[in-house]
Design a protein around this ligand. Structure first.
Ligand SMILES: C[S@@+](CC[C@H](N)C(=O)[O-])C[C@H]1O[C@@H](n2cnc3c(N)ncnc32)[C@H](O)[C@@H]1O
Length: 264
């Protein structure tokens, strides 16, 4: 049985949370120009896996093949420069001019190959380090961090406070139900710094829905998509449950190692 392509929820505070099964580019192309206040996203970086031969990429086409032969259309974002440019072009179009903020997550490899392109589209303000506290994999030095590029679409809007650090310590999620699940606090930090109540947050690489839960916690509207059935299945259940019970079934405990998160 295939999963529904669209889920719409209303939170107890009357915010709308909409998630779609769609490809990142086709989804962004459907959104109106100047309609999103903040983009927070953690793209699929398949290129790194291919280069390092860490996993089997599922790439079977490129964006320019779209529509020509559907059997060649890929189900995973191919992070070539060409596709990344398409992605950033659409992000820039949907993000509000002068006030829009964008946060894009990068591992070390994708930061070196694609990170610099962000400057052609946005004003890059910070390179934030997410310290995952515990060691991960690695053939040489073992990986313990990821990067987040923070940029603005024009120059007029600041973040909420000047006291926030650019190193964030949140424990990685172990035994996650969705393989690339990130701590909700990572997205909460972005959204807290950059949003006001009623803002619309967008994440076109939704995964387990951590960014949607963070948006609900910050009293914002949310719109997002993912190409995978599994993502929609897991994130829709998670969002529905969170709205009903105020409990996060995929992350019952805070990932913060400090007594208080830095924005409290
Ligand atoms: C790194 S994961 C995001 C994880 C998410 N931040 C979380 O906390 O669970 C990247 C996601 O991008 C999705 N994805 C891959 N190719 C895509 C595409 N072409 N369009 C939209 N989503 C895509 C994958 O299915 C995966 O869920």
């Amino acid at each position: 049985m295939s999963i529904k392509k669209e889920f719409v929820f209303t939170t107890n505070d009357k915010k709308s949370i909409k998630i779609y099964k769609d490809d990142v580019i086709s989804f962004l192309q459907k959104l109106p120009t100047d309609s999103v206040d903040v983009i927070v996203t953690d793209p699929a970086y398949s290129g790194m896996n291919n280069k390092l031969k860490l996993g089997a990429g599922r790439i079977v086409g490129t964006y320019k093949d779209k529509g020509k032969d559907s059997s060649r259309w890929f189900s995973e974002f191919e992070d070539t420069q060409e596709n990344y440019i398409l992605f950033l072009t659409e992000c820039k179009r949907v993000l509000k001019k002068d006030t829009g903020h964008i946060y894009i997550m990068f591992d070390s490899y994708s930061l070196l190959s694609l990170g610099a392109i962000v400057r052609d589209y946005f004003d890059v303000k910070n390179l934030i380090t997410w310290d995952k506290v515990n060691l991960g994999m690695g053939h040489y030095f073992r990986r313990r961090h990821e990067y987040i590029v923070f940029a603005t679409n024009g120059n007029t809007r600041k973040i909420k406070h000047r006291s926030f650090p650019d190193v964030w310590r949140f424990k990685r999620i172990h035994n996650a139900k969705y393989p690339t699940q990130k701590p909700v606090e990572v997205f909460q930090a972005m959204i807290h710094a950059s949003s006001e109540e009623n803002f619309t947050i967008c994440d076109p690489f939704l995964g387990s829905g951590s960014s949607a839960i963070a948006s609900i916690k910050n009293n914002c509207n949310f719109i997002g998509c993912d190409v995978s059935d599994k993502s929609l299945e897991i994130s829709s259940k998670r969002i529905e449950d969170y709205i009903k019970t105020n409990k996060d079934i995929l992350q019952p405990k805070s990932s913060s190692v400090e007594e208080k998160v830095f924005w409290e």
